[in-house]
Design a binder for this molecule. Structure first.
Ligand code: HEC
Ligand code: HEC
Length: 321
């Protein structure tokens, strides 16, 4: 199993661990398990369609790292997105990353673009059935309309690959879907204009899933601690091959002393200013293809965070990828 698959299942395990508590919240009826209406997205509402597929490729391959889970071979996240990677545990059964290529029988060939967008942002499949929260709709719900449509357009443009992907969800997961888990609310819409600004960096780092790994989780529901966004996690689940670093501007325990050039160099080369190589669990090999301005935006956003002192020791002897 790849480290990414361990990430997914461990995250999910932590979500489920808190479900007794969320039962109450669900009963109160935040979302009530209701279905999310299909988004009214069309090329007329998102404006200019020129370059839509190209933008989608950029988001899928370099920003939201879909291939980390959906690639046929997870060691090659840039390969065909025909899925198959299994995530298994007793709370879930076996859930496999879906085939995202447009094959009509085994992939997304028969899905509308609006259905794909809803799956990404809200976590419902084309029948309105809730997807396992391994699929990170918790963060992808922030994706703007145009980017989400671009992603759907890119997936539709791929070469169809025939690959049946079968799930074997267990009863625990079935019950959780009925009573406790619910779709994410769309936060997207119109993101800030693309520019090397903290504002855009905030958007980008969310849809790039940086916060998913770099934010500690806690409390009964093991929800991400949004008061400590990017504070790192010194005691992640044991399956994590590396400890997600503190990315807040704390000078001692975070990246407060890093210049913008340090940050860009680290994301591009996978080597930090101390000379440590980053474990491939950190998807720098994908992120390194982001433009300078996009990486700058993320850096500038991270500078606006409150510095949080949180020592995150590097795990020793991490294999490199
Ligand atoms: C952390 C792993 C992970 C990442 C990253 C991820 N996904 Fe998923 N995704 C999954 C898993 C696992 C499923 C299957 C969930 C299920 O069947 O309940 C899934 C399901 C889906 C589905 C539903 C397909 C179907 O046939 O039901 C779509 C569409 C999808 N993902 C698109 C994307 C896109 C696009 C991206 C990047 C923007 C992405 N995913 C990123 C793990 C991931
Ligand atoms: C799949 C989980 C994951 C995701 C997603 C992720 N990271 Fe990381 N990141 C890590 C881990 C784990 C480490 C520590 C690697 C090590 O110790 O070798 C790390 C290390 C880093 C470092 C080096 C910090 C240091 O002190 O050496 C930076 C910078 C960083 N990540 C930035 C980001 C940014 C920016 C994003 C989003 C664009 C991101 N990460 C997304 C897991 C992740």
């Amino acid at each position: 199993m790849s480290s990414r698959s361990r990430l997914g299942s461990t995250r999910f395990a932590r979500v489920l661990a808190g479900m007794t508590a969320s039962l109450l919240a669900a009963a109160v009826g935040a979302c009530g398990g209701g279905h999310v209406a299909l988004p009214q997205l069309s090329t007329s509402t998102v404006g200019d369609t020129a370059g839509l597929v190209q933008r989608g490729e950029y988001v899928v391959r370099n920003v939201s790292v879909c291939g980390h889970c959906h690639a046929a071979d997870p060691r090659d996240p840039d390969g065909p997105l025909s899925g198959g990677l299994a995530f298994s545990n007793w709370r879930l059964g076996t859930i496999r990353a879906a085939n995202l290529t447009p094959d009509a029988g085994t992939g997304l060939g028969s899905w509308s673009e609006a259905e794909i967008v809803r799956a990404i942002r809200n976590g419902e499949d084309n029948d309105g059935d809730l997807l396992a929260p391994i699929m990170p709709y918790e963060w992808l719900s922030a994706m703007g309309d145009r980017d989400a449509l671009a992603v759907a357009a890119y997936l539709k443009s791929l070469r169809p690959v025939v690959r049946p992907v079968r799930n074997r969800p267990n009863l625990v997961f079935g019950a959780a879907k009925l009573f406790m888990l619910h779709p994410a609310r769309t936060e997207g819409g119109t993101p800030p204009p693309r520019a090397p600004t903290a504002e855009y960096g905030r958007y980008l780092s969310t849809v790039a899933l940086c916060a998913d790994c770099h934010t500690p989780r806690g409390g009964l529901q093991q929800a991400p601690d949004r008061d400590r966004l990017y504070a790192g996690d010194a005691s992640p689940p044991s399956a994590f091959p590396a400890n997600p670093s503190n990315l807040t501007p704390d000078p001692e325990t975070g990246i407060g002393r890093w210049s913008e050039a340090d940050f860009l160099r680290t994301l591009r080369t996978g080597v930090n200013p101390r000379g440590d190589s980053l474990h491939a669990f950190m998807p720098w090999r994908e992120y390194r293809r982001m433009t300078d301005d996009d990486l700058r935006a993320i850096y500038r956003y991270l500078r606006t965070l409150p510095p949080i002192q949180n020592e995150v020791p590097k795990k020793a002897a991490a294999p490199r990828g």
